[in-house]
Design a protein around this ligand. Structure first.
Ligand code: SF4
Ligand code: SF4
Length: 231
């Protein structure tokens, strides 16, 4: 998601969550970080203040959305805002220890209960443009982002993919084929901690098999098809 955002000229307001790390290189794709829920309300505030230089995107995690983001979304809808709100729905409160929240389908005492979905709430607020994307599908993510920021009405994009701490990866690691790799460095911009430069020769780029979860995302960024499943 942040790799796609880094390719769009826009203003992104965020708040506190694991996605706050998007402020750092290689993405550098958060322009504001404030209190929980402020990714939504800062986007709306800039919209109502008349900022029109670039598209306005607000970003919020699923647990933060249920905790402090829903009122901001209603405010956008009710007052006819035009920003694009991304709800990063990893079905977890990942940053603080995987506490359950209304989107996990379990109470804080771990009893089964109904699951809340942000798209249902967005619809109830009157938002007409609602999209659900898989952030591991780079083409879809970039296309939907570009489509929604063009609209002169509020949009909600739900970026849904369970945190790997909840759904353990089932696939093996990927590797870089040295015969195909041109050392262009594009895969480093994906921001995956498993991809690194070899210490002895920084031109050589490698994948750490221990850290790689086998998601295959970096392969979509490689123009040479050099990133392949290992074995
Ligand atoms: S396959 Fe996924 S986890 Fe592995 S290096 Fe590529 S982006 Fe990182
Ligand atoms: S993007 Fe592909 S060609 Fe470029 S450095 Fe990475 S693996 Fe090599």
């Amino acid at each position: 998601l942040f790799y796609a955002l880094s390719q769009i000229d826009c203003v992104v307001s965020g708040d506190i969550g694991c996605y706050s790390l998007g402020v750092f290189p290689p993405y550098e794709r958060l322009d504001t970080i404030l209190c929980m829920g402020a990714g939504i309300t800062v986007a709306q505030g800039m919209d109502k203040a008349g900022f029109r230089d670039k598209p306005l995107i607000g970003i919020v995690g699923d647990s933060t959305f249920f905790h402090a983001g829903m009122t901001g979304l209603l405010e956008i809808s009710y007052n006819k805002g035009i920003s694009t709100i991304i709800i990063v729905d990893n079905r977890a409160t990942a940053m603080t220890g995987l506490q359950d929240h209304p989107g996990t389908g379990r109470t804080l005492m771990k009893k089964r209960t109904h699951t809340a979905y942000p798209e249902d709430f967005a619809r109830a607020c009157g938002i007409k443009n609602i999209r659900v994307i898989d952030p591991l599908d780079f083409g879809q993510t970039l296309r939907v982002l570009k489509e929604e920021i063009r609209k002169k009405a509020a949009s909600v994009i739900i970026s849904r993919r369970a945190c790997i701490l909840i759904e353990k990866p089932k696939k093996g690691p990927w590797t870089i084929d040295p015969d195909r790799c041109t050392q262009c460095g594009r895969c480093l911009k994906v921001g995956c901690p498993a991809i690194y430069k070899e210490k002895a020769n920084e031109k050589v780029i490698l994948i750490d098999e221990v850290l790689c979860t086998g998601c295959g995302f970096c392969a979509q960024a490689c123009p040479k098809g050099a990133i392949v499943p290992k074995g």
